[in-house]
Design a binder for this molecule. Sequence first.
Ligand code: GLA
Length: 330
Amino acid sequence: MTATFWAPGRVNLIGEHTDYSGGLVLPVAIHLGIELSAGPGERISLVSEGEAVELAPDGAGDAQGWGRYVAAVADELAELGRPPIGLEGVLTADLPRGAGLGSSGAVEVIVALALCAAADFELEPLELAQACQRAEQRAVGVPSGILDQAASLLGREGQALLLDCGTLERRWVELPRRLAILVIDSGERHSLELSGYADRRAELEAGDPRRVRHVVSENQRVLELVDALERNDLQALGSLFLASHASLRDDYEVSTPTLDAVVAAALEAGALGARMTGGGFGGSVVAVAVRESADAVLRGTLERAGAQGWIVEASAGASPRRTDSLPGPS
Ligand code: GLA
C-alpha cells in the first residue's frame, strides 16, 4: 500500500552551533519540506528529480549523493532491529537543497519514517531523530548535532521547540501572533561536508576561548529569547538576533560577507532583527518583523540582497500521511 509522508525543513531561531556541545536550541519546523509517496518493495528504490537510488533493504549497495543519507538511515534502522523490507517511492521537495534549512535532515527523517512504516516498525520520535543524526554523521563524515532532525520531527504549529541537546529535555514555546519569521536564502550554497563545520567543533572541543565564548553566550541568549517571546517583547527579540549574528560572525567565524550583507539588507528593510541560521558558510538568514510589515520587509530585503525568501509559519513536524487518511502528526 502506498502512503504519503511529509518532513519539514527547519529554521533555528537561536542557539546556533550549540547542539553538539549539549547546549540549547530553539528551532521551528517550517512549511517548506519534502514529500514521499512510497510503499513496501523488494528493494529500496527511490527517485527524486530524475535521480534514482537503488539499495538493498538494509541499506547495502553503492550510494552516491543524497543516496548516502538513504543508505545510512536504512543501515541505522537495521541495527535497531527494523525488518529488512524495501521501499519504493518518489520524493518531491519545495525545500531548497543546500540553503541551510535542514534539507538533509528532512531527507533522513522522511526516509526513516517511510522505512519504519513499510516494515511495521516503530520508534519514539527522539530515538528516530538520534538514528537520523547518526546516519547524517556516517553519510557525510561530519560530526553534526541533533538540531535538524529533532526540529523536523518535533515541530509544532505556531510554536518553537526549546530543546536541551544534552539531556534531550524539551518544551514548546508559543510564538506571538504579531511576530513574522522571514527566511532569506543568500544564494550562497552551504554544505556541512565541505565547510569548516568539523573544524569549528574540533576548535571548540580544544577549548579555543573565542569559540567557547560564543557557545556560552549563545546558550544564555536562547534563555533570554524564550523570555522575550513569553513577554511578547519583540524589540528584545530583535536585539538578541543581532547579538547572536555578531557572535557567530566574530567569535565563531561561521558567517560570510554574503550572509552579513543579507542581515544588513533585512535591517535596512525594517526587520526587528536578523541573523544567519544553520551551519553557516553560506545558506540562509532568519529575520523577524511585525506581521503587518512582513511583506514589505521581505520585498525590501530581496531588492538589496539574497536570492529568494519566504515568510515561514511554524509548522507541525514530520508525519505519515496515509492515503487512507491516518490522523496527522503524533
Ligand atoms: C547544522 C547542523 C546542526 C547544527 C547547526 C548549527 O545545521 O546539522 O546539527 O549544528 O548546523 O547550529
